[in-house]
Design a protein around this ligand. Structure first.
Ligand SMILES: Cc1cc2nc3c(=O)[nH]c(=O)nc-3n(C[C@H](O)[C@H](O)[C@H](O)COP(=O)(O)OP(=O)(O)OC[C@H]3O[C@@H](n4cnc5c(N)ncnc54)[C@H](O)[C@@H]3O)c2cc1C
Ligand SMILES: *[C@@H]1O[C@H](CO)[C@@H](O)[C@H](O)[C@H]1NC(C)=O
Ligand SMILES: *[C@@H]1O[C@H](CO)[C@@H](O)[C@H](O)[C@H]1NC(C)=O
Ligand SMILES: *[C@@H]1O[C@H](CO)[C@@H](O)[C@H](O)[C@H]1NC(C)=O
Ligand SMILES: *[C@@H]1O[C@H](CO)[C@@H](O)[C@H](O)[C@H]1NC(C)=O
Ligand SMILES: *[C@@H]1O[C@H](CO)[C@@H](O)[C@H](O)[C@H]1NC(C)=O
Ligand SMILES: *[C@@H]1O[C@H](CO)[C@@H](O)[C@H](O)[C@H]1NC(C)=O
Ligand SMILES: *[C@@H]1O[C@H](CO)[C@@H](O)[C@H](O)[C@H]1NC(C)=O
Ligand SMILES: *[C@@H]1O[C@H](CO)[C@@H](O)[C@H](O)[C@H]1NC(C)=O
Ligand SMILES: *[C@@H]1O[C@H](CO)[C@@H](O)[C@H](O)[C@H]1NC(C)=O
Length: 601
C-alpha cells in the first residue's frame, strides 16, 4: 500500500538536495505540492516536520514573518518578557477592541510574526493542561482520541527533557517517568536558584492545605505549587522553529517561503456539492501580485487563533450573513468561525519588601547586566537562563463558584495561576520604580467563563482583524481575579515570607476595599497572550463547531486547521504544550488519511 501511495505522490520536481528557501512568491519554481501548510508557527512546523519525514511527500511551508535565525535576544530566556515582544518587526502588533469590562481600555494583543510563530517570542512556560481538560475535549468531540490517556503519548513524543544548566540534583522537582527523551523540543527545569524557591517550598510545608506541593504539574493533575518546566533547555529558547524546522532544512521535499502572507484559501473544485479547497492565494504586500499554489492532498492552516479565523472568513468560510455584509461570497456557512475566543486574563501586582537580594538592583545596573549577558554568552549559565518564577502555583477557588456553574473542566484544572517573581514587574505600562526591592505575583484566571471573538474589520487581508477577547465580560472572572489577589496576600503572609514585611505597591496599595480591588483588576489586567478556540472542533451535529474531531473544516474538502484555534475550551495551562501535542496527533491523523486514500487507488 505504501509503495502504491509513494508512486502516486512521486511527481514533484525536486531541485538540488536542500529545502528551497524563498522570501518572495516571484521565486517559487513550482506551484503544486502534496501539502501546503501555512503557516510556520508553533503547530505548523510540527506538521511540516512529520509529513516531510517521508521524502515522497512534498510540502510548502509559508510564513508571513521573518527568519528567526540570528536574533540573539530571542534566545535568552530572561529577556523574553523584557525585550523580545516589544520589537515590532517580529510581531503583528495587534490591539483589542475597546474592552468594556476593562473600563473601556484597548490592550495590546501581541502575536509572533516570524518562523516559530509565538513559540519564538513566548515566555517558555511549558505546562500541558490537566486530565480533565483533555477528557472534556474527548467528551465534546465524541472522539476518545483526545482524552488524556490517548494524547499523553504525543506529549512524550514532543520532548527531550533536558537537565537544568546548573546540573543541580532534580530529585523531588519533577517525575522523570512522565517525560520524553526522544523528541525535538527541549523542556527543562530552572537552572539558576531564586531566593523565593525556599520560601515557596516552606509555604507548602506550613500550609499544605491551601498551598499543597505538586511534584509534577504536567502529570495530569495540575493543582499545587511546583517547579516550573520551560522550553529553555541548555539555557536557550527551544521553539518550534529551532526544534522542528531548522533541523530539517536539508530535506529536498520541503520548501519554505517567508515574508509572504496567505490572503485566502481558494476553491479548486467540488464533490457532491461540497467545495474542495486546495488552493492558497499568496501575496507580498497589499499591492503585490497574487500567486496561487495548489495542494494535491490538503491545505493545512496553522495561523493561530487570531489569523486562522481571519483567513477562513476571508475565504468565505463563516457566518454567511456577516460575510455578505462585507461582500465576501460564502463557500461554507459556518457560524462558529471566529467565535468562542477564550483567553486568560493576566495581572501583575507588586509588593515592596525588606530584602536586598531581589533582581531589581540588577535591572537598574547596566554594568551588572553586561556581566550577566557575558556569562550567558560564554557558558549559557546564570540568572538569564530562566524566565523568572522558578516555582508557580495552580489553585482551585471553589468558594467563588458557590451558586454558579464552575467553568473549569474538573478537579484537576485550576481556577487561578500564581507566578511569584523576585522583582518588580508590570504588563500594563507602569514605569519601573527608581528604587526599592520588590516581590511580584502574576495572577491569571485560568478557567475563564468569558468569551470573545475575532471578526473581519474589512475584506482586505492586510487590515488587522477586530479582536475582542471579551476579558471579564462574565463577572465571575473578576471575582476569581480578586480572590487570586487575596490569595497572593495570604501567601506573602505565611511564615516563610514574614521577614519581607511585604507592602502593596503602586495602584494595588490604593485598592483597600472589595470594590477598590475590583476596580484595580479592571484597570490593570491585560491578556496572558493565550487566545484559543476560534475554529473549534466538535461533533457533526454541533453547528458551532467549525471542525470535525479530525480537525477537518466541516462542509468542505481538502482543508484542515491545526493550531490553538481548534481547542473547544481553553486548557487550564499555558497553551504551547497542548498545541505541540495536538499537532503531533494531527500529523498522525493526516498521514493515516493519506495512506488510506492512496490505498484506494
Ligand atoms: C508574549 C507571549 C508570551 C507567551 N507565553 C507563553 C508561555 O510562557 N507558555 C505557553 O505555553 N504559551 C505562551 N504563549 C502562547 C503560545 O506561545 C501560543 O499559544 C502558541 O505559540 C500559539 O501557537 P499557534 O500554532 O496556534 O500559533 P502561532 O505560533 O502564532 O503561529 C501562527 C503563525 O502563522 C503566521 N501567520 C499568521 N497569519 C498569516 C498569514 N495570513 N500568512 C502567513 N503567515 C501567517 C504567524 O506569523 C505565525 O508564525 C505566549 C504568547 C505570547 C504572544
Ligand atoms: C518513495 O517512493 C519510492 C518510489 O516509488 C518507493 O520505492 C519508496 O518506498 C517510497 N518511500 C517511502 C518512504 O514511502
Ligand atoms: C530575498 O532573497 C533574495 C534571493 O535569495 C536575496 O537576495 C534578498 O536579499 C532577500 N531579501 C530579504 C529581505 O531577505
Ligand atoms: C535564515 O537565516 C539563516 C542564517 O542567516 C540562513 O542559514 C537560513 O537559510 C535562513 N532561512 C530562511 C528561511 O531564509
Ligand atoms: C496598536 O497600538 C499601538 C500603540 O498605540 C500602535 O502603535 C499600533 O500601530 C497598533 N496596531 C495596529 C495593528 O493598529
Ligand atoms: C460528557 O459531559 C456530559 C455533560 O457534562 C456528561 O453528562 C457526560 O457524562 C460526559 N461524558 C463523558 C463520557 O465524560
Ligand atoms: C536528548 O538530549 C540529550 C542531551 O542533550 C542528547 O544527548 C540526546 O541525543 C537527545 N536525544 C535525542 C533523541 O535527540
Ligand atoms: C542584605 O540583607 C541581609 C539580611 O537582611 C544582611 O545581613 C546583609 O548585610 C545585607 N547585605 C547588604 C549588602 O546590604
Ligand atoms: C553594579 O554592578 C557592578 C558589577 O556587579 C558593581 O560592581 C556595582 O557596585 C553595581 N553598582 C551599583 C550602584 O550597585
Ligand atoms: C480606574 O481608572 C479610572 C480611569 O480610567 C480612574 O478614574 C479610577 O480612579 C481607577 N481606579 C482605580 C482603583 O485604580
Amino acid at each position: 500500500m505504501l509503495v502504491r501511495y509513494s508512486a502516486f505522490l512521486c511527481v514533484g520536481l525536486f531541485r538540488g538536495a536542500l529545502a528551497a528557501l524563498y522570501n518572495n512568491t516571484a521565486g517559487l519554481v513550482k506551484l503544486e505540492y502534496d501539502f501546503v501548510i501555512h503557516l510556520a508557527g508553533t503547530a505548523g512546523n510540527v506538521i511540516a516536520n512529520r509529513l516531510s519525514a517521508n521524502h515522497n511527500v512534498s510540502v510548502l511551508l509559508v510564513e508571513a514573518g521573518v527568519n528567526d535565525t540570528g536574533i540573539s535576544e530571542l534566545q535568552i530566556p530572561l529577556l523574553a518578557a523584557r525585550n523580545a515582544f516589544f520589537d515590532p518587526s517580529l510581531l503583528w502588533n495587534y490591539n483589542t477592541t475597546s474592552q468594556t469590562a476593562l473600563n473601556g481600555r484597548v490592550i495590546s494583543y501581541q502575536r509572533g510574526r516570524l518562523l516559530g510563530g509565538c513559540s519564538s517570542i513566548n515566555l517558555m512556560y511549558y505546562t500541558r493542561g490537566s486530565r480533565d481538560d483533555f477528557n472534556r475535549f474527548a467528551n465534546v468531540t465524541g472522539d476518545s482520541g483526545w482524552s488524556w490517556s490517548s494524547i499523553f503519548p504525543y506529549m512524550l513524543k514532543v520532548e527531550n527533557f533536558t537537565a537544568p544548566v546548573d546540573h543541580h540534583d532534580t530529585s523531588g522537582q519533577f517525575d522523570p517517568s512522565l517525560h520524553g527523551d526522544r523528541g525535538p523540543l527541549l523542556p527543562t527545569l530552572p537552572g539558576f536558584p531564586s531566593p523565593l524557591d525556599q520560601r515557596l517550598l516552606a509555604t507548602t510545608e506550613e500550609d499544605s492545605g491551601r498551598f499543597p506541593f505538586n511534584l509534577d504539574m504536567n502529570s495530569g493533575d495540575t493543582i499545587g505549587i511546583g517547579w516550573v518546566q520551560s522550553t529553555s533547555g541548555n539555557g536557550v529558547r527551544s521553539s518550534s522553529a529551532t526544534a522542528y524546522l531548522h533541523p530539517i532544512l536539508d530535506r529536498p521535499n520541503l520548501d519554505l517561503l517567508v515574508d509572504t502572507q496567505a490572503t485566502r484559501v481558494l476553491q479548486t473544485g467540488s464533490r457532491h456539492g461540497i467545495p474542495i479547497l486546495r488552493g492558497v492565494e499568496l501575496a507580498n504586500g497589499v499591492s503585490g501580485p497574487r500567486v496561487t499554489v495548489h495542494a494535491r492532498h490538503e491545505v493545512i492552516l496553522s495561523a493561530g487563533a487570531v489569523n486562522t479565523p481571519q483567513l477562513l472568513l476571508l475565504s468565505g468560510i463563516g457566518n454567511r450573513h456577516d460575510l455578505a455584509a462585507l461582500g465576501i461570497p460564502a463557500l461554507v456557512h459556518s457560524p462558529g468561525v471566529g467565535q468562542n475566543l477564550q483567553d486568560h486574563p493576566l495581572l501583575s501586582s507588586s509588593w515592596s519588601v525588606n530584602a536586598n537580594d531581589t533582581l531589581d538592583a540588577g535591572s537598574r545596573n547596566a554594568t551588572l547586566y553586561g556581566e550577566l549577558l557575558e556569562q550567558w554568552d560564554t557558558s549559557r549559565t546564570g540568572p538569564l537562563v530562566d524566565t523568572g518564577g522558578n516555582l508557580i502555583a495552580w489553585l482551585r477557588l471553589p468558594s467563588v463558584f458557590s451558586g454558579s456553574e464552575d467553568p473549569s473542566a474538573g478537579p484537576t484544572s485550576a481556577h487561578v495561576e500564581l507566578i511569584p517573581s523576585n522583582e518588580w514587574n508590570s504588563f500594563s505600562g507602569e514605569p519601573m520604580p527608581e528604587s526599592g526591592s520588590y516581590v511580584s505575583v502574576v495572577t491569571g484566571v485560568i478557567s475563564p467563563a468569558s468569551r470573545g471573538s475575532v471578526t473581519l474589520s474589512s475584506a482586505n487581508p492586510f487590515d488587522p482583524p477586530a479582536i475582542d477577547p471579551g476579558l471579564f465580560t462574565n463577572d465571575l472572572d473578576v471575582a476569581v481575579m480578586v480572590e487570586a489577589i487575596r490569595t497572593s496576600y495570604a501567601l506573602l503572609a505565611t511564615g516563610p515570607w514574614k521577614d519581607l514585611a511585604a507592602r502593596p505597591y503602586g495602584l494595588l496599595a490604593d485598592a483597600t476595599t472589595d470594590a477598590g480591588l475590583a476596580q484595580y483588576v479592571r484597570n490593570s489586567t491585560t491578556s496572558f497572550w493565550h487566545p484559543t478556540g476560534t475554529a473549534k472542533m466538535g461533533t457533526a451535529t454541533d453547528d458551532t463547531a467549525v471542525l470535525d474531531s479530525k480537525l477537518r473544516v466541516k462542509g468542505a474538502e481538502g482543508l484542515r486547521v491545526v493550531d490553538a484555534s481548534v481547542f473547544p475550551f481553553i486548557t487550564a495551562s499555558h497553551p504551547q504544550a497542548p498545541i505541540y501535542a495536538i499537532a503531533e496527533r494531527a500529523a498522525d491523523l493526516i498521514l493515516s488519511q493519506l495512506y488510506e486514500q492512496v490505498g484506494e487507488h
